[in-house]
Design a protein around this ligand. Sequence first.
Ligand SMILES: [Fe+2]
Ligand SMILES: [Fe+2]
Length: 116
Amino acid sequence: MWTFDSQHKYLVELFKDLSIQVSSSEIIGVKVALRRFRSFVTDHFSAEEHYMRQMDYKFYDAHKAQHDRFLQDISAIEPEELSGEIIATWAAWWLCHIPFSDRPYGSNLKSVNWSN
Ligand SMILES: [Fe+2]
Ligand SMILES: [Fe+2]
């Protein structure tokens, strides 16, 4: 059973893997790590949005807009273009999004029956 918080922690591991692969300059490894990262982020956002709709969360539209914008950003990058600077920008977004956008609707309380 995943909680949203455990998904957030796993995302930190995916960020680390992305950084390692970019540092190693092995494009196959970058492609695999980026695909895994995008897939997990997409599933995580879908799970959060499903939960927020269920609870009729009043800031759903604004929260979903943040998710959509981030998905656009991570989908627009080719593996060859990915850099440590871009990863740091994405990580900074997460460090703001989790405490200021996810916490207010109680993501830390929710267990979800969902696995990657
Ligand atoms: Fe989240
Ligand atoms: Fe979120």
